[in-house]
Design a protein around this ligand. Structure first.
Ligand code: URA
Length: 249
């Protein structure tokens, strides 16, 4: 994660969506912003937004929302979209209402299609986002795929060849690993992320994807106890697992 910023209390809380700087000034004056047990009545004082601030600061009786530098995993359900350009409810609607007013805003790290479920990362931390998507980080993504028609038999070889071309593209795909579960269920691991890649790969192979679920990014697996639509803040162990440094606890 990036270094913790230091900023005025009113700016910090306004950026977290608690209201205007004026409103926050009034909240502070009323003794409703408390740090380490003592009210902070001067909203102009500078605060370092360390990751533990939510455990130390109380706003109007509740722990402070997570400070900037937030990174989450979500179990994206079917039927919600990652993009404001697509019709339908957005993944951001599954987060607390105030989080939608944060600045910097939360955005998804890459996207899943509306009809794809599973592990989705979100962050407000630009350098973290870029690190995850950078080819240098070699963060692979794993998908469980259900197919309309039985496999023909050459799919592992074609996908693994590193020479497959998707329609409308002239750069071949990087080799894709594929494990066969049965004749209509496979698990694929991608080392890049092209638009609708899994669906387009199987269309190019003369098949059709009927269900798609991402269950792993880098070394981080979607926890079995994270229900569809639920999210949680990434722990240090999650981030280490993501970049393949250690298995997640
Ligand atoms: N490939 C797809 O086709 N869709 C996704 O959502 C992710 C990968």
């Amino acid at each position: 994660m990036s270094k913790s910023p230091s900023l005025r209390l009113d700016r910090l809380l306004a950026n977290l969506g608690y209201g205007s700087r004026r409103e926050i000034g009034l909240l502070a004056k009323a003794g409703l912003v408390v740090l380490d047990g003592a009210p902070l009545r001067d909203a102009s004082q500078r605060i370092t937004a360390t990751p533990d601030l939510s455990q130390r600061m109380v706003v109007d009786g509740d722990p402070l929302d997570p400070p900037p530098g937030l990174a989450l995993m979500m179990n994206k359900p079917l039927g919600v979209t990652c993009s404001h350009k697509e019709a339908g409810p957005l993944v951001y609607g599954l987060l607390p209402e105030r989080w939608r007013r944060r600045d910097p805003a939360l955005s998804t790290i890459g996207r899943l299609d509306k009809e794809t479920s599973g592990l989705l990362l979100l962050t407000d931390d630009g350098p973290f986002l870029h690190k995850v998507i950078s080819p240098k980080s070699k963060v692979a993504k794993r998908y469980r795929v259900a197919l309309d028609r039985p496999l023909k038999g050459d799919e592992v070889m074609v996908l693994g060849s590193g020479s497959m071309l998707l329609e409308g593209e002239d750069k071949p795909l990087l080799p894709v690993e594929m494990e066969v579960e049965d004749e209509t269920h496979v698990v694929v691991t991608l080392h890049e992320g092209r638009y609708h890649q899994v669906r387009r790969m199987f269309a190019a192979l003369g098949n059709h994807v009927t269900a798609l679920h991402r269950d792993r990014i880098g070394g981080m697996t979607l926890p079995t106890d994270l229900e569809a639509g639920a999210y949680r803040i990434l722990s240090e162990a999650d981030v280490a697992a993501l970049f393949g440094e250690a298995p997640a606890a």
